[in-house]
Design a protein around this ligand. Structure first.
Ligand code: SAH
Ligand code: AVI
Length: 308
């Protein structure tokens, strides 16, 4: 057992018959910047669509959150979307952005605190899929904000476990404002993960860059290509890194062989059916109070209450 969880996860993932790496490792300072560039790409519809829903319905969403709430944002990134809510919340008790990308989060939180001088901003660098400690805060209620369809990067059993964790985090009567990406035309989906400028490819390969830089991996990054496609049976975009020829990669004193065309599966991005998602939320202890969507029904934002 190593002390570095990144190395442990890499060794475990590359030892599998079908090689895998967890998608949370995309996000160091460089990966977070690459993700920001993805959000403004022509092909990447989710951010633009969720923002359009937010702009239209921010007042109703803030009303659902209620006055004096502590807003806990999961996978907060650059803290862009939340500003639409913060502008409408009545006397928020605190804002707690949570993210694994520590340097990026601290910088974004500092900027946000400058722009909202009356707001108590407490950045929390943590993996939200594992237990983490929040500062004790007096608030009317806790509301988790989980935009971007980041929940779609978890396989359904893990996503359900995450929903149950959020229910415990906010407590009975607490809220969850969640963004989810919906099923749609395969052409739209595949274009969003295969942009013409190759930013998504760079984002995907950043995982290998981290392997080399942080774990000293002996790896020819140029010998891996980005591949993303829609898996119709499982309703998910899969991202892979494809080995362009037979090769070996050494990391943490272990050597892993790759066949020509063998892949490392780096991300799933599930696309939801609203009715089915509602059933899973209910089974996890959440009551769906309101759903907002766009005219094309590409994306949905749900306000849910934890019923414990
Ligand atoms: N909320 C933003 C960013 C989405 S990108 C938006 O909607 O545009 C996904 C974000 O979640 C990244 O900032 C990434 O660092 C973070 N993230 C991914 N997995 C995480 C995990 N397990 N724990 C904490 N943060 C995570
Ligand atoms: C953060 N997450 C919801 C993004 C997605 O669309 O699954 C990450 C991403 N991967 C490739 N492009 C964007």
């Amino acid at each position: 057992m190593n002390v570095d969880p990144f190395l442990d996860d890499v060794l475990e993932g590359l030892s599998r018959p079908r090689k895998r790496l967890p998608s949370k490792y995309f996000y160091d300072a460089i990966g977070s910047k690459l993700f920001d560039r993805i959000t403004s790409l022509e092909e990447y519809y989710p951010t633009r669509t969720e923002l359009s829903i937010l702009r239209k319905h921010a007042a109703a969403m803030a009303a659902r959150c209620g006055p004096n709430c502590a807003l806990i944002e999961l996978g907060a990134g650059s803290l862009t979307k939340v500003r639409w809510l913060l502008d409408r919340l009545v006397q928020p008790a605190a804002y707690l952005p949570v993210d694994v990308s520590g340097e990026h989060l601290q910088r974004a939180a500092k900027e946000l605190a400058n722009d909202y001088p009356k707001l108590d901003v407490r950045a929390v660098v943590a993996d939200f899929a594992h237990p983490f400690v929040l500062p004790a805060l007096p608030a009317e209620r806790r509301v988790a904000y989980f935009p971007g369809s980041t929940i779609g990067n978890f396989d359904p059993p893990e996503a359900d476990a995450l929903l149950r964790r959020i229910v415990r985090l906010v407590g009975p009567g607490g809220g969850l404002l969640l963004g989810i990406d919906l099923q749609k035309d395969i052409g739209v989906l595949e274009a969003a993960y295969n942009d013409a400028r190759g930013i998504t490819a760079e984002f995907n390969r950043n995982l290998l860059v981290r392997l080399h830089r942080e774990l000293g991996a002996d790896i020819n990054i140029a010998a891996f290509r980005h591949r993303a496609f829609y898996n119709r049976e499982l309703h998910r975009i899969e991202m892979h890194l494809v080995s362009m020829h037979e090769q070996r990669v050494t990391v943490g004193g272990r050597t892993f062989g790759f066949r020509n065309g063998e892949t490392i599966h780096t991300e799933n991005s599930y696309k939801c059916d609203l009715a089915e998602f509602g059933r899973r939320a209910a089974a996890s202890g959440l009551r769906v109070d309101e759903v907002w969507t766009d005219s094309r029904r590409f994306f949905a934002v749900l306000y849910m209450t934890a019923i414990g």
